[in-house]
Design a binder for this molecule. Structure first.
Ligand code: GLY
Length: 404
């Protein structure tokens, strides 16, 4: 065994957005911090569209998660301002809003239902007729039957956000170990660091497991603390809007077409991101003809002119999903081991609040109020009683929306 030298206060395993923001905030609070990942800023951040869709992606039964999503959405403007200042890089944050539209009467009924849920949850969204939708976005199909205008659901470019976080980490003194972590190091009944694939030891006082969908696969994790995260595949396309076509879309446009979500996210630089499939296929990240066909078919139904655009990239990534679709944040049953994973559809949105929650945990040992419903212990086996495990939905305040 080789040791990489002095022990760190904190070792973050995983260099996606969640690992990076945790390391940055940890270092800012004066903790000596090491981050281990073969390719910091890679993974899902290379695939995700970067929608900050707290309102348009609201689901029945996810009211507690909604509170965390909104808390993070509120933090975004100050977060990107601080990050851009700290890194000297841009993040592609764009306060463009979102339009969710319906193409037939079934879609419209579903969107009306979402609108009612949004209003009962105290969220801002406005119902528009098809004509009003097309006035906002003239490239929309003539058959659009109505839509929801949500001016507060913005976007950021994860391919810019991740490098900005890497630079901010470097400037804050985070040490990067660009290598694969093989296993957790446990000593004296607590997490004490990790061991790299080449056998190098990285000793640390506290370990944060932020490995996205891979979090449950780290060797050496005691069974009781293995996070219940699974990969959910998403295929995503990237197109380019030639300057002669601009502005093609001025905001994120999305719809449910024949039961499948499709969204079009226009960047200022002309990139147009089209996503995403949702596939329970384990670790498969193959881009399939069927996936690309379905995304283009649904995007074309929404915005027919899309077929004129150059298709520049196809890619698939894995969302880290937990059993209740909410993240796992904070201490585990193994002293010294924390989780920051399971962010599923909301990793980009939840980046700012996760950084704050994890920094609080790492410096005080306690979850702050915003993070308490997301403690990993909610998935611990029930000691007795009905055998059912509590979930964030169970802890929702009585005033919050419950499933209809
Ligand atoms: N939040 C968008 C997606 O997961 O596809």
């Amino acid at each position: 065994m080789r040791s990489a030298g002095e022990s760190s206060d904190v070792l973050v395993v995983g260099g996606g957005l969640i690992g990076l923001v945790t390391a940055w905030r940890s270092a800012q609070r004066g903790l000596s911090t090491t981050l281990a990942d073969p390719e910091p800023g890679g993974g899902a951040a290379r695939v995700a569209a970067g929608m900050l869709a707290a309102v348009t992606e609201l689901h029945h039964g996810e009211q507690t998660l909604l509170a965390l999503n909104l808390a993070s959405a509120r933090r975004y403007p100050a977060f990107v301002a601080e990050l851009e200042e700290a890194s000297g890089r841009t993040t592609g944050f764009r306060t463009c809003g979102t339009l969710s539209v319906a193409l037939d009467s079934d879609d419209r009924a579903q969107l009306r239902e979402l609108h009612a849920l949004q209003r009962r949850s105290g969220l801002d969204s406005e119902w528009l007729s098809g004509r009003e939708c097309r006035r906002l976005e003239p490239m929309l199909a003539p058959g659009v039957r109505g839509g929801l205008r949500v001016d507060g659901d913005h976007q950021v470019d994860p391919r810019r956000l991740a490098p900005a976080l890497v630079t901010a980490c470097e400037r804050a003194g985070v040490r990067f170990r660009r290598a694969r972590v093989q296993r957790l190091r446990v000593a004296g009944g607590r997490a004490a660091g990790a061991v790299l694939a080449d056998g190098t030891e990285l000793p640390a006082g506290q370990v944060v497991l932020a490995g996205g969908s891979l979090s449950g696969r780290l060797e050496g994790l005691p069974e009781a603390v293995v996070p219940p995260v699974r990969p959910v595949k998403g295929q995503v396309l990237r197109l380019t809007v030639p300057s002669a076509y601009a502005p093609f879309l001025s905001r994120t446009v999305r719809a449910v077409v024949r039961g499948s979500q499709v969204y079009l996210v226009p960047r200022v630089d002309g990139e147009l991101v089209v996503g995403a499939t949702t596939e329970e296929l384990g670790w498969d990240t193959t881009v399939t003809a069927g996936g690309v066909y379905e995304l283009l078919r649904d995007a074309h139904a929404l915005v027919p002119g899309i077929t004129e655009l150059p298709l520049t990239e196809t890619r698939a990534g894995l969302r880290p999903a937990s059993p209740d679709n909410a993240p796992l944040l904070g201490p585990t049953a193994l002293p010294g081991l924390h989780l920051a994973t399971g962010h599923h559809r909301n990793g980009v949105l939840l980046t700012p609040v996760t950084g704050d929650v994890m920094a609080h945990v790492l410096t005080t040992g306690e979850l702050p109020e915003a993070g308490r419903p997301f403690a990993p212990q909610r998935f611990a086996p029930a000691p007795s009683g009905n055998g059912r495990r509590p979930s964030p939905a169970d802890t929702a305040p009585a005033t919050q929306e419950q499933p209809a």
